[in-house]
Design a protein around this ligand. Structure first.
Ligand SMILES: [Zn+2]
Ligand SMILES: [Zn+2]
Length: 383
């Protein structure tokens, strides 16, 4: 009994000491029938809600292993091939901050993912749903590591932390129907592990604790970002057909000499022109149109290919031919059209490689955010 009281106290205390938790769907969008668990650090308490409503518990010490399976209706927990629990739903409760578990899906890969926080397992549409219940600041350490990658300056990580925090709070109800707040994929924000062991990233998150970006009317700022804008950010309307207050196109010289600044791709001319004529009625037999087709230059971003009169949005070409960006020149050489592109991604909002360069040059995170999100204000998130 003493152990249970101590555990209860720890759980309540832990809950009170962290203002806001998020519930993140892990392995979201995958139909998983079996998870492999190992407790990597600390002890966890597994609680199971039985069909008659009573709760059963199982203490799991460091290095304990087990498998979660589902039989279509119930969540099952196996250890050493023995069925230990079968329940409507289970929770794996973290007892001390920074304890973590390793998860894997043996049917897909032996590769494990480490996560802190607590976990919920239930059956959803015949598969297992795994949700990570975690304080937002700890979640952000994982997100900043996944979205930013290693080897950058602290100011960049601080800027990314503010962006990702703002985005998470703004989009909390995105997966409400599926029973969690945000997914672990790029669809929301990549969250593939708890952290990379980078003290720099953890410090960047901590030093921007609770800070978000707001617009002039006090709403969360639309913190869209992409890998590289190619030297000019993109007008939101040209990408999504709608204006977004606070975001517009401007010149960015910080990213133009970085690794994803340029790309080249060649496409068979026939494939290219077939698409244009079938999709947009481009007049292939018209000599003036054909002359225009030979060479297309985009010194500044254009919403349309060749001329607006043909009604061929650049974003459609990017999507159809899976191009890195819609910011490219196109030249016909023999039986091919060669695309000379700039940038990587949709181009709206903050350019990550530009922001990384700004951090290298000594700009602070608020200067970086001020450059890419004009008119945004830094503010403490409401509790
Ligand atoms: Zn999502
Ligand atoms: Zn840029």
């Amino acid at each position: 009994m003493k152990l249970i009281s101590a555990i209860f106290f720890l759980v309540v205390f832990w809950g009170l000491s962290h203002a806001q938790n998020l519930r993140i769907g892990l392995y979201a969008g995958m139909s998983v029938k079996e998870f492999q668990l190992s407790i990597a650090s600390g002890a966890y308490l597994l609680t199971a809600t039985m069909p008659d409503g009573h709760i059963e518990t199982l203490a799991l010490q460091t290095l304990a292993q087990g498998k979660f399976k589902c039989n279509g209706t119930f969540v099952q927990f196996y250890q050493g091939g023995v069925l230990r629990l079968e329940a409507i739903q289970m929770e794996l409760l973290q007892l001390a901050h920074e304890d973590f578990c390793n998860w894997s899906v043996p049917a897909i890969s032996a590769k494990t993912r480490a996560y802190e926080g607590s976990f919920e397992l239930r059956v959803s549409k015949g598969s297992l749903s795994l949700v990570n219940n975690i304080p937002i600041e700890t979640y952000l350490e994982g997100v900043v590591a996944c979205e930013g990658g290693p080897g950058h300056q602290k100011a960049y990580y601080q800027a990314q932390a503010v962006i990702s925090r703002t985005y998470a709070l703004q989009n909390q109800s995105r997966h409400q129907k599926e029973g969690f707040d945000l997914c672990d994929r790029v669809h929301c924000q990549a969250y593939l592990h708890k952290r990379t062991g980078s003290a720099l990233i953890d410090t960047a998150v901590f030093q921007t604790n609770s800070i978000v970006l707001l617009n002039a009317s006090g709403q969360y700022y639309p913190t869209f970002f992409h890998a590289n804008c190619g030297g000019q950010t993109c007008e939101p309307q040209d990408v999504w057909n709608e204006k977004i207050d606070g975001l517009y196109t401007f010149k960015d010289t910080f990213c133009v000499h970085t690794k994803q600044a340029t790309w080249v791709k060649s496409i068979p001319l026939q494939t290219w022109t077939n698409f244009l004529s079938k999709q947009y009625g481009f007049p292939l037999t018209d000599s003036l149109s054909n002359a225009l087709l030979q060479e297309f230059r985009q010194p500044v971003r254009s919403a349309f290919y060749l001329h607006p009169i043909y009604g061929i949005p650049m974003r459609d070409l990017r999507e159809q031919f899976k191009l890195k960006s819609s910011f490219f020149d196109a030249v016909v050489v023999g039986e091919e059209v060669i695309l000379y592109g700039k940038g990587f991604g949709h181009g709206v909002g903050l350019c990550q490689e530009g922001a990384m360069q700004m951090a290298k040059k000594g700009y602070t995170f608020d200067q970086i955010l001020g450059f890419y999100y004009p008119g945004a204000k830094l503010s403490e998130a409401a509790e």
